[in-house]
Design a binder for this molecule. Structure first.
Ligand SMILES: NC(=O)c1ccc[n+]([C@@H]2O[C@H](COP(=O)([O-])OP(=O)(O)OC[C@H]3O[C@@H](n4cnc5c(N)ncnc54)[C@H](O)[C@@H]3O)[C@@H](O)[C@H]2O)c1
Length: 335
């Protein structure tokens, strides 16, 4: 344990560990022991995006209050992006903010969600509508946690790692199921550097949304069906659409799109996807509500070339519809 971590833990008046029912049996006792806080108060919630909501946050706040947590209490968020997002939000709002540490246990959280200070919950049927910017005191990354993570979740994280390959460092486009662990530090470093330059998403940080505008719309739509997609799977589809748009509108070399088309079946190999032409209008409907929109114009991150993203691109609805047709009909239905 490093000195900073020891002093954060040593100064805490009380330690709480937030985790979910899938992670707890594998890792809760180990992590409590590793961090020398066996007497921490555990808060174990139900897993999944559907529990990233105000009701669960209330339960966390009530546990803090029940144990008379003061402003020097510490929360350890042990889990995937749902836990780090929601735990960060609960901690950053309780008594105007207590300290928290993130211990990400999914690949997606290790390279993305646990880093960069965005916390939040879903509200009113839309993702991440309520939240804060609040930095974790420490983010403890250890690939050992991935040994118990289902393959589908690993693939979801790979999609986010490929995103960094498109927007920042093409080395990350070489990742696969065999070598990805080697690239975790590089992916995290890319996110940290972008966030350091633009912590509140005034401009540059928007490039992290590459593939996410359409991805979130597809994710939101699929959540209303019997076949929800994982975040990274929806982002993979969103990136396919964004690359197609980049070729059409920004002169991106078509080879980048074709190379990604070869990776897409692997990324979606564990997903049940029943999207068809009938789903295009509902997905377009979600795009209008995307929180990154200005007025009624949807704004996108596209690529001029590898490592050269541009943000704030407005796209006519008809062109968007064709990009969805390309993604959903050609790339999903014909898998
Ligand atoms: N704040 C940000 O900057 C940011 C960035 C990207 C994504 N996110 C958010 O992250 C969330 C998605 O994160 P996620 O993909 O980690 O999902 P998740 O937290 O739901 O975890 C995925 C599943 O894996 C299980 N799990 C976690 N670790 C495990 C382990 N080591 N072994 C076995 N099972 C394990 C969980 O219980 C869950 O069922 C979304 O809510 C998204 O909005 C936030």
């Amino acid at each position: 344990m490093n000195d900073k971590l020891s002093s954060i833990l040593g100064e805490a008046s009380q330690v709480f560990i937030l985790t979910d029912e899938n992670v707890a049996p594998f890792w809760l006792p180990e992590v409590a022991h590793w961090l020398h806080c066996d007497s921490a108060i555990d808060i174990v919630i139900k897993p999944g995006e559907q529990h990233k909501n105000l009701q669960t946050v209330q339960r966390i706040w009530k546990t803090f209050m029940k144990h008379h947590a003061d402003r020097n209490a510490l929360l350890i968020n042990l889990g995937g992006g749902v836990i780090t997002d929601m735990g960060g939000f609960a901690a950053s709002t309780y008594k105007r903010g207590i300290k928290f540490i993130n211990v990400p246990t999914t690949l997606l959280a290790m390279v993305d969600a646990a880093i960069g200070g965005k916390t939040g919950i879903d509200f009113g049927g839309a993702k991440n509508q309520i939240g804060t910017f609040a930095d974790a005191e420490e983010v403890l990354i250890d690939p050992v946690f991935l040994s118990t993570l289902p393959r589908r979740e690993i693939l979801s994280g790979l999609a986010e790692m490929l995103k960094y390959g498109f927007i920042a460092d093409a080395k990350l486009l070489e990742i696969n199921l065999e070598n990805y662990q080697y690239y975790i530090p590089l992916a995290g470093e890319i996110k940290r550097e972008i966030v350091a330059q633009d912590p509140y998403e005034a401009g540059l940080r928007k490039i992290l949304n590459f593939g996410h505008t359409i991805g979130h719309a597809i994710e939101s739509h699929c959540l209303t069906t019997d076949y929800p997609l994982l975040h990274g799977e929806a982002v993979a589809l969103g990136m396919a659409a964004a690359l197609w748009l980049s070729v059409k509108l920004c002169g991106l070399d078509e080879k980048v799109l074709h190379d990604f088309e070869k990776q897409l079946p692997m990324l979606l190999s564990e997903a049940e996807i029943l999207l068809s032409e009938a789903n295009i209008e509902p997905i377009l409907g979600y795009l209008v509500h995307d929180k990154k929109n200005k007025g009624d114009k949807t704004q996108f991150v596209l690529l001029e070339s590898l490592g050269k993203p541009i943000w704030g691109v407005e796209i006519p609805e008809d062109t968007l519809r064709v990009s969805l047709e390309y993604t959903i009909i050609n790339k999903v239905s014909k898998r």
